[in-house]
Ligand binder design. Structure first.
Ligand code: ZN
Length: 352
């Protein structure tokens, strides 16, 4: 299978993040993507290729241009203001901030700007963040191009991940939404209705928001119940899309401890739902934080379970653009991604 990868993500690295009010060692680390890379190389069966460049237009098609400009320039501004620590918000803009008093303007000072765009304390920005973010989007678009040109499946080793990034808001380790960029781009290239299957442990609030009112990009997500876990504000079963997109969002919140068999039953239902609303290509947001030992998840999938998941999704007969999202138990991350892709190839063929 074609694997798209770049070492640029190594520049996006920081030591700590703030979780539940505590500074904890960072979990979204370069070692994650390195472990996946090494495991894929070790199989001797995959072709690794660097991304091509696709420019800013596909990013601007889903994100506010001002947010992209912020991400591109914020580090320079931060350093010019005398700081060299990772950028983390001290204030975060709430929708209630100016209740009845009109829109809030983007602040001018670097310490204020970050809270205008970022919604949490777990997504620091450092010197290499923008380059890694751009490269991750190019990785996703390069994988999508290969599928558009005829490949049955391709995998983009994206880091940072993307599914929490919305039109004008980022967070959850995500700065731009790789899966959404790709889905919108594929629609623009004439691929018909393009489905997104999000199997990360966390609800993809950004992806849901971006396609909430669209019927041409149906979105199905299986995730830990937001009544229990991050991102808390979205992913309930009664969120089904709005306007022209009513009925084109499917949320499947799962109870803690869900293991392979229970998960696969729900996955089969989600794939069927998506299959009937998709013309040809499905974009998979592949999170591996559903693993039984993941620090951020409380589900109980196994490595063999991931192989079965890949197989089940490939049985849809849809062509697949598989993009890496979360997954934080580094020792098993590589084996689990390999298992998922093996499951795809066992159905689609080694030439996938
Ligand atoms: Zn996740």
């Amino acid at each position: 299978m074609l694997i798209v990868h770049s070492p640029a993500h190594h520049g996006h690295a920081y030591d700590v993040e703030i979780q539940h009010g505590q500074a904890v060692p960072a979990l979204e680390v370069p070692a994650r993507a390195q472990a996946i890379h090494d495991a894929l190389v070790a199989t001797g069966r995959h072709t690794l290729t660097p991304p091509g460049t696709h420019g800013m237009a596909p990013l601007e098609a889903v994100h506010d241009a001002a947010m992209l400009r912020y991400l591109e320039t914020c580090w320079t501004d931060w350093v010019a203001s005398g700081r060299t620590t990772p950028i983390v918000p001290e204030t975060v803009l709430l929708h209630t901030y100016r209740d009845g008093m009109g829109e809030v303007r983007e602040p001018r000072t670097p310490a204020g700007r970050i809270g205008y765009w970022c919604f949490d304390t777990e997504s620091p920005i450092v010197e290499g963040t923008w380059q890694a973010t751009r490269e991750a989007a190019d990785i996703a678009l390069t994988a999508a191009s290969a599928v558009l040109e005829g490949a049955v499946a391709a995998y983009g080793l994206c880091r940072p991940p993307g599914h929490h990034a919305a039109r004008r808001m980022f967070g959850g380790y995500c700065y731009v939404n790789n899966a959404a960029i790709v889905a919108a781009w594929l629609v623009g290239q004439g691929a018909g209705r393009v489905g997104i299957l999000d199997v990360d442990f966390h609800h993809g609030n950004g992806t849901q928001q971006l396609f909430w009112e669209r019927a041409d990009v149906p979105y199905a997500s299986l995730h830990g119940d937001p009544d229990r876990v991050y991102p808390y504000f979205s992913g309930h079963a009664d969120e089904r899309g709005g306007g022209a997109g009513t009925g084109f969002t499917l949320n499947v919140p799962l109870p803690a401890g869900t293991s392979d068999d229970g998960y696969l039953r729900e996955l089969a239902r989600a794939v069927d739902w998506l299959d009937s609303r998709t013309d040809d290509i499905i974009v998979v947001s592949l999170g591996i934080d559903t693993y039984e030992r993941d620090q951020l998840g409380d589900l109980a999938l196994t490595t063999e379970g991931y192989r079965r998941c890949g197989e089940l999704v490939a049985h849809s007969g849809r062509r697949l653009v598989v993009l890496q999202e979360g997954g934080y138990f580094v020792p098993a991350l590589g084996d689990n991604v390999v298992a998922w892709l093996d499951g795809v190839e066992s159905v689609a063929g080694a030439g996938a």
